[in-house]
Design a protein around this ligand. Structure first.
Ligand code: GLA
Ligand code: ZN
Length: 676
């Protein structure tokens, strides 16, 4: 049982709040700000994120600082018992900086320097930009270090993108040199004798570009790793003065949904708490089941990225967003589900973008707690207030965390390289979809799942599933062997162990270094288009295979199911290899979720693993958090129909009633239960 400290020591409760831009209302502050405070308290808001895009208001001219308005905001928050999640302003920079120092502007892959505009578009290598960030971050920390409102630092906003300017090229070359040492090593790692691409100096290397090097997979992977590392480096740069001046104030950076640009598992190691922005396309119909599943896996990924500690849902929309193609209103109940779903997966916060809707510009119609009606009379305001009340009712959940015996591997290296590797189906290797299918199967069975990457410790788990682990990091196969030898169950699939960390094929047959533990040789892989299917029968039931079928030879493993069609009829579609005290499964073909559910039910039983709930109705998601205040079971129904389930004897934390046995879970209802 792990009990984690509250995110802000002097607010040991679940946090509720959102992005707040009082500076947009500076001319009407005497009217608007008091309304904001009054409504914030009414809605049960206890934190507000301020200063996120405030640079031009904080430093309207170079070296001219205007902190007075922020002083007033911070004082006002403190007076109203609201904690500030204070942002560094680097998410968007003022026009004067771009005008005076064009080097702060990014250069795109076509080598065009961008103009001033939008946000998140600065060169992270630029010494000028770095110095300006260091300066303003230092001033913020010095000014507010003892302010009672300061609860946390919000670093920049949704880091992302890339820059191909000369400064970044230089930084990339230095990164290559540090990684490879010599040009020869780099050439060998990238297989550069191919098409005569051998370099004779690091200076010749340019970042990938449609007008230059666009087919060198090793280089592309290196560029992705470099840009990701650049964000790690920039984040460390941003927090350096904060850590020096306010060592006890935690720092976070808000992450995004399956964002390709940063290896979040690596980046997460730098964060005091992980946080992310969650924007599911809730449609109010049966599609919400899949949207909820997507949000669940993302919550679990972010928790994994943050080292399985309670994390933060830093943003979510209180109502329709304004940037999906179609932005339907949220059906009643969805907002509560969205908030409690985050808590259920280990978030200690429910926060929104945005607290108050701006009057103009591109987010003028984005959902907000306070709309243009400027009142508390709206449905959205009422629903947000209900979330606030509910979070207060279930506050004892704060600091508890899920405990899982099942881990599912998802990693950025495979996300990156499978997008570029050319074989099989080049439209979509479906890496993310596949990971989601495996996740869905475990959730359908009512199990808790931890999302991890190859660098994580496997020893806390009984079952580790690594779908499509095409690229294997050095040492990972040994880790899997050790895990299985000591009694664990490892599950691998087709397209595993083809390349090493440098994207060079494993010689001697796939799945490379996992061959022994899996007890198979994977010789060839067939790609099936939508007109073709194969099948196999497992425990008397026939399952369809689609899209990917690997042709596998057992080398010690038992065949549990075999292909029923095509020239590879009779070859294994599913194998199981005993290894030490444990075993390893190989799923050779892509199937639907029904098969994964059947297989995982058997594997769970073999491992003696109990689900959180038996007979989970379709679409319902269960999670658990355990802490010093007890065990909390969350059961969510993310769909417009009700369903029936059977509960163990428990306390409904929201109503304080005892429940036991049959229960009708309403549309979009979330149960928060405390075990006996
Ligand atoms: C992102 C940003 C916010 C805002 C919202 C709108 O998550 O961080 O500033 O633009 O999207 O949904
Ligand atoms: Zn640059």
């Amino acid at each position: 049982m792990a009990q984690f400290p509250p995110i802000m020591p002097d607010k040991p409760v679940l946090l509720h709040g959102g992005d707040y831009n009082p500076e947009q209302w500076i001319k009407e502050k005497d009217v608007i700000w008091p309304i904001d405070m009054q409504l914030a308290k009414k809605a049960g808001v206890n934190t507000l994120s301020v200063g996120i895009f405030s640079w031009s208001m904080l430093e309207p001219e170079e070296g001219v600082y205007r902190f007075e308005w922020l002083d007033e905001v911070m004082d006002m928050l403190a007076q109203n018992g609201i904690k500030a999640i204070l942002a560094t302003p680097s998410g968007a920079r003022p026009a004067w900086m771009a005008e005076k120092y064009p080097e702060v502007l990014r250069v795109d892959a076509m080598r065009h320097r961008q103009l001033f505009g939008t946000r998140h578009n600065h060169c992270l290598s630029s010494p000028v930009y770095r110095e300006k960030v260091r300066k303003i971050n230092t001033l913020l920390a010095q000014r507010y270090k003892d302010h009672p409102a300061l609860g946390m630092w919000h670093i920049s906003n949704e880091y992302g993108g890339e820059c191909h300017c000369p400064l970044c090229q230089d930084a990339f070359r230095k990164w290559l040199k540090a990684r490879y040492g010599t040009v020869d090593n780099m050439n060998n790692a990238f297989w550069n004798t191919f098409w005569s691409h051998r370099y004779s100096s690091f200076e010749q290397v340019e970042s990938p570009s449609p007008i230059g090097e666009s087919c060198n997979l090793g280089l592309s992977l290196a560029w992705r790793r470099f840009t990701s590392d650049q964000f790690c480096d920039f984040y460390s740069w941003e927090i350096a003065p904060l850590k020096e001046i306010t060592p006890d104030i935690p720092c976070t950076a808000n992450l995004m949904d399956f964002f390709p640009g940063i290896d979040y598992f690596k980046f997460g190691k730098l964060l005091d708490r992980a946080s992310w922005d969650n924007y599911p396309p809730w449609t109010g119909d049966e599609r919400d089941k899949e949207s909820a599943l997507h949000a669940s896996i993302m919550h679990d990924i972010i928790r994994g990225v943050g080292g399985q500690k309670p994390f933060m849902m830093m943003e979510s929309s209180p109502s329709a967003v304004n940037w999906h193609t179609i932005n339907p209103l949220r059906r009643p109940g969805i907002l509560m589900l969205q908030g409690l779903q985050a808590i259920a997966h280990g978030s200690d916060t429910v926060q929104y973008f945005q607290f108050r809707k701006g009057r103009g510009s591109s987010e003028q119609y984005h959902g907000a707690i306070i709309g243009h009606d400027n009142s508390d009379k709206t449905r959205i305001f009422r629903e947000v207030s209900e979330v606030g009340q509910t979070l207060a009712q279930i506050s004892e959940v704060c600091g508890s965390a899920p405990e899982s015996k099942v881990a599912l591997i998802y990693d950025w290296d495979n996300f990156w390289i499978l997008n570029e590797a050319q074989f099989g189906n080049n439209q979509d290797k479906k890496y993310i979809q596949t990971v989601k299918d495996h996740y869905a199967a475990w959730k359908a069975l009512g199990h808790q799942v931890d999302m991890i990457d190859q660098s994580c410790d496997l020893s806390p788990y009984r079952i580790v599933c690594g779908p499509m682990q095409y690229l294997l990091h050095d040492g990972f196969a040994e880790k899997v062997e050790q895990f299985v030898r000591s009694g664990g169950t490892y599950v691998a699939t087709y397209i595993t162990g083809w390349v090493n960390e440098e994207n060079l094929a494993h010689m001697g047959g796939y799945p490379g270094p996992l061959r022994q533990v899996l007890g198979i040789w994977d010789e060839e892989t067939d790609a099936l288009d939508d007109t073709k299917k194969n099948s196999f029968t497992y425990k008397g039931k026939r399952y369809a295979c689609k899209e990917v079928c690997a042709l596998v030879h057992p080398e010690g493993a038992n065949t549990l199911a075999a292909y029923e069609n095509d020239f590879y009829q009779g070859m294994p579609a599913l194998t199981k290899n005993a290894f030490g005290k444990g075993c390893a499964y190989y799923i050779a073909a892509r199937t639907d979720r029904d098969f994964l559910k059947a297989l995982y039910a058997d594997i769970a039983e073999e491992s003696g693993l109990q689900p959180l709930l038996e007979n989970v109705p379709d679409g319902v998601i269960c999670t658990e958090r355990i802490g010093e205040n007890g065990r909390f079971l969350f059961i969510m129904n993310p769909q417009p129909e009700s369903c029936t389930l059977f509960l163990p004897s428990c306390l409904n934390l929201r109503t304080k009633e005892m429940l036991d046995g049959e229960y009708t879970l309403g549309a979009y209802e979330v149960l928060v239960l405390k075990g006996q």
